[in-house]
Design a binder for this molecule. Sequence first.
Ligand code: HEM
Length: 427
Amino acid sequence: RLDPTGRPVSADAAAFDPFGPAYLEDPAGALRWAREKEPVFYSPELGYWVVTRYEDVKAVFRDNVTFSPSIALEKITPFSDEANAVLKAHGYAMNRTLVNEDEPAHMLRRRALQEPFTPEQLAHHEELVRRLVREHVDRFIDAGKVDLVSEMLFEVPLTVALHFLGVPEEDMATLRRYSVAHTVNTWGRPSPEEQVAVAEAVGKFWQYSGEVLEKMRRDPSGPGWMPYGIRKQPQMPDVITDSYLHSMMMAGIVAAHETTALATTNALRLLLENRGQWEEICADPSLIPAAVEECLRFSGPIVAWRRIATADTEIGGVPIPKGAKLLIVQASANHDERQFDDPDALDIRRDTAGGHLSFGYGSHQCLGKHLARMEMQIMLQEFTTRLPHMRLVPDQEFTYLPNTSFRGPEHLWVQWDPEQNPERTDP
Ligand code: HEM
């Protein structure tokens, strides 16, 4: 087999399966061979060039003109005609938001809309996050055993996301129902039957997002990032378009929700697996911000992102033709031994952890990173204070949604002796 430049595809490259268990379990480990032998390779299975080393991944992120993000939210598995017809029937028209917009529109829009993401503005959300986290912990603190994902880690970031966007309380339940289908729709490999069901949910999600947006338009005076955009639209209608607002209403939920939920799940699992470091942060909560950063490096929720080459170019010396689609694997970059010493060891005192690429890099770097960090830190503060003695339920099997980009276990079972809760022993 030949790659699109006419060079033979290696056996390892041909065998790479981004939907298979090895990659889902441990994306960085599954690409160790590539970082060593073939850091940029063509995957015939995907039809993408896969970029695996830290320097190369960062270089691709940095140059968003040669490597356009326009395909970032494209369906990685094309839908059947039947599924497409379902989407069409719902008027589905997801288009450019920020993450997949080219310059110069992207920067104009980003600058116009970034204020609500500043740490000063985000401070307003801290109280809500803390209250939500406490209420959820209250519900299960005496139970002794719980799946943290279904009892809390899924729910809290979703509620925060909906508040951040400004969704009215009465619409939250419906949006909640539909939002999950988006990940499979965009980054998964659904079977033809699943595609129709996914299309149905995504179509409804799209329609309902539009309805919520219309409601906000009737009274855009409320709090939240979407009303903020609606208020700014009249001053710059060519930058903040109707299509942008509708697409972001849907994409924003996913950007803020699943990422943060999976990031916190991964972080708790990692810290509990590295008991010594868990005990360190329980004893000294000032280590929590550094622990969050190291967990984002070690096990970020977004393992790979996408770009498309707008010109003939090269990456790490490998010729890349115009039109080539790229899968840039942050999880692999974050475990590149050329960048991080002993990369497969968790070390909350690692002073280079902040160089991770889990939030991307350059002009598209995650706008919500401070919000995500705040949520993760608050959740860890509450757990280390209220349930320092919790442990992972032994021998549990972790399962993942098969997809190229979003990663975190679907369940995280923990257990503890409620008699030993600090609130009981030292009220
Ligand atoms: C963009 C990761 C949480 C909003 C991105 C990108 C990544 C990412 C990889 C693309 C960066 C690039 O192309 O260089 C994450 C992770 C999160 C997280 C790992 C949680 C741990 C959030 C939250 C929000 C958010 C809570 C809040 C709404 C955005 C937006 C963009 C973005 C608006 C587009 C920025 C642009 O293109 O200019 N994020 N994200 N993210 N993220 Fe996040």
